[in-house]
Ligand binder design. Structure first.
Ligand code: FES
Length: 299
């Protein structure tokens, strides 16, 4: 039996109680929902959203940019702590780099958040705390830079330490969202489907032109009879996991996901429009003795 959403079935971890508290805090919902709604209305499916999502990169863009921000800010603080650069110029430069990267990082994060929060109350709340922590960290480092430019190096270093603490908290929540809540990874990666021809059901039961969900080797597959052809791709959208056969719309040789508008080519699973960053695994399909058989295209 699967574990309920939450942490009760997990081994205790140092920050587990804090995460659980945040994820249980329904008081955060009105603000979190309002923010996500605004982002969704501002960033519609299309080229801008694809750019922010990382569709062009084949990888979510946000975690790539966070490395620049976190690396620059924490390096500045480490130099302060280790007294690695007494006149503070290196620290100021590093903080400047972090502040420059913070704006696109925040934009990509906001875009990802708007695509994630509707699936789970816990994701919504943890995502809000992640964003608030990182915004606070950025504000601390901005204040630190101002203080340094006024000659208050010690005050700047202390403000940087405060920013570092918030950055670590924000980073922890970000890691939790990715690794514990599955926000970001390709949602098809753990069930690629059968490598050899495998029966997927009775051919006579497959209607013409209507997407049908079948399960082979515990992998859900969208199957479509299109004239003489059989088209088949993974049914779980690689973006956030929505069922393409249940929520999507078939439009010619493509299917548009009903959750955030990712569009996939039904012939080979390739992305025609994001925000998905990974293509759908595609399958070969054939009829044999009245049954439909499938196997992965990449064998
Ligand atoms: S789940 Fe987001 S586009 Fe499909």
């Amino acid at each position: 039996m699967s574990a309920p959403e939450g942490t009760s079935s997990r081994r205790p971890t140092p920050f587990g109680p804090l995460i659980d508290r945040v994820e249980s805090a329904a008081v955060l919902d009105p603000v979190a929902k309002a923010i996500a709604k605004r982002i969704r209305s501002a960033v519609r499916p299309g080229p801008s959203k694809d750019a922010l999502s990382g569709t062009w990169l084949g990888h979510p863009l946000h975690p790539t940019l966070t490395d620049v921000v976190i690396g620059s800010f924490l390096s500045a603080t480490l130099l302060d702590v280790l007294r690695g650069d007494a006149d503070g110029r290196a620290q100021a430069r590093l903080i400047g780099i972090g502040l420059t990267a913070a704006a696109p990082t925040a934009l990509t994060g906001a875009n990802d958040y708007a695509d994630s929060e509707r699936g789970s109350d816990r994701v919504r709340r943890a995502g809000l705390v992640h964003a608030v922590s990182n915004t606070g960290a950025t504000s601390f480092y901005a204040a630190s830079l101002v203080a340094r430019r006024r000659g208050a190096h010690r005050g700047g270093a202390l403000l940087g330490l405060g920013g570092a603490a918030m950055l670590v908290a924000g980073g922890y929540f970000g890691g939790h969202l990715s690794f514990a809540r599955g926000i970001g990874p390709d949602q098809t990666v753990f069930d690629p489907g059968p490598g050899d021809w495998t029966a997927a059901g009775d051919a006579s039961g497959l209607p013409q032109g209507r997407p049908t969900r079948v399960v082979v080797d515990e992998t859900p597959v969208l199957l479509l009879r299109d004239g003489d052809r059989l088209l088949a791709i993974h049914d779980r959208c690689s973006h956030r996991g929505c069922s393409l056969s249940e929520l999507g719309t078939v439009d010619g040789e493509q299917v548009v996901c009903g959750c955030h508008g990712s569009t996939f080519d039904l012939r080979d699973g390739s992305i025609r429009r994001g925000p998905a960053t990974a293509p759908q695994p595609a399958f070969e399909a054939r009829e044999r003795d009245g049954r439909i058989e499938l196997r992965r295209r990449d064998g």
